[in-house]
Design a protein around this ligand. Structure first.
Ligand SMILES: Cc1cc2nc3c(=O)[nH]c(=O)nc-3n(C[C@H](O)[C@H](O)[C@H](O)COP(=O)(O)OP(=O)(O)OC[C@H]3O[C@@H](n4cnc5c(N)ncnc54)[C@H](O)[C@@H]3O)c2cc1C
Length: 196
């Protein structure tokens, strides 16, 4: 949580007043609250002007750079994080062109609940969160293949905070670091699905 809060481009105003809902609704690729809640399997509840409610995963809420599924007049009422994800062992990696710069790649890995399983969430380098689920421990080559398949050439985000080729390179490198860090994580529980 702290690492994601600090991932905001340096500004005490943003650190002190920005809301989780506002960050999700802004739907910028570098939205660290999107990274956090998508990586923890968060579920959004949306309220419609007609009084209806609908729920969907954070990873499906953001549809592109600055785009999301909110309809006219709809409100993002809450984001619920599953208890199992909050207890899970996680690993965080972030790349930026400079120390307090906007995130160019932000990855979060979550181990368990089955021993060796891994949920890896890619953000900032991609226009929307990409969640990869590995029920069995992935090898380095399998992980790399999964990332390259999920984010093909041409799909990496491109703006002044980083070239797409560099974002891809950093994402692959940081994904491998996360795989190694979580490889020997103990299974935290058995009640949730690997991608829950
Ligand atoms: C110096 C600076 C640095 C920044 N760095 C970053 C950064 O690193 N990463 C990043 O992602 N953004 C960054 N931003 C952009 C922005 O400040 C953040 O995205 C912030 O998290 C937005 O949250 P907020 O609560 O201020 O949203 P607001 O600005 O209050 O709202 C954003 C939009 O969402 C709507 N909205 C807010 N809450 C809801 C809700 N619950 N339901 C429906 N609609 C809602 C608002 O009406 C508005 O249209 C930065 C901005 C500045 C000025």
């Amino acid at each position: 949580m702290t690492q994601c809060c600090r991932a905001f481009l340096a500004s005490f105003k943003i650190w002190n007043v920005a809301t989780i809902g506002g960050n999700l609704v802004n739907s910028l690729p570098a939205g660290p609250m999107i990274s956090l809640t998508a990586a923890l399997g968060g579920v959004c509840e949306l309220w419609t002007p007609a009084g209806g409610r609908r729920q969907l995963p954070v990873a499906e809420f953001v549809t592109g750079a600055g785009r999301n599924v909110l309809g006219e007049g709809e409100l993002l009422r809450s984001v619920t994080l599953p208890d199992s994800a909050l207890r899970a062992r996680t690993a965080f990696r972030r790349a930026s062109l400079h120390r307090h710069g906007r995130s160019a790649a932000l990855l979060i890995g979550r181990a368990g609940p089955v021993e060796g399983s891994l949920t890896l969430t890619l953000t900032a380098a991609t226009v929307r969160p990409v969640v990869l689920c590995f029920p069995l421990p992935p090898g380095a080559a399998g992980l790399r293949r999964a990332v390259e398949t999920a984010v093909p050439e041409g799909a990496w985000f491109d703006d002044l905070h980083g070239l797409p080729q560099w974002r891809r390179h950093m994402t692959l490198r940081l994904a491998e670091e996360i795989r190694q860090e979580l490889r020997d994580a103990p299974a935290p529980g058995k009640e949730a699905a690997a991608c829950g």
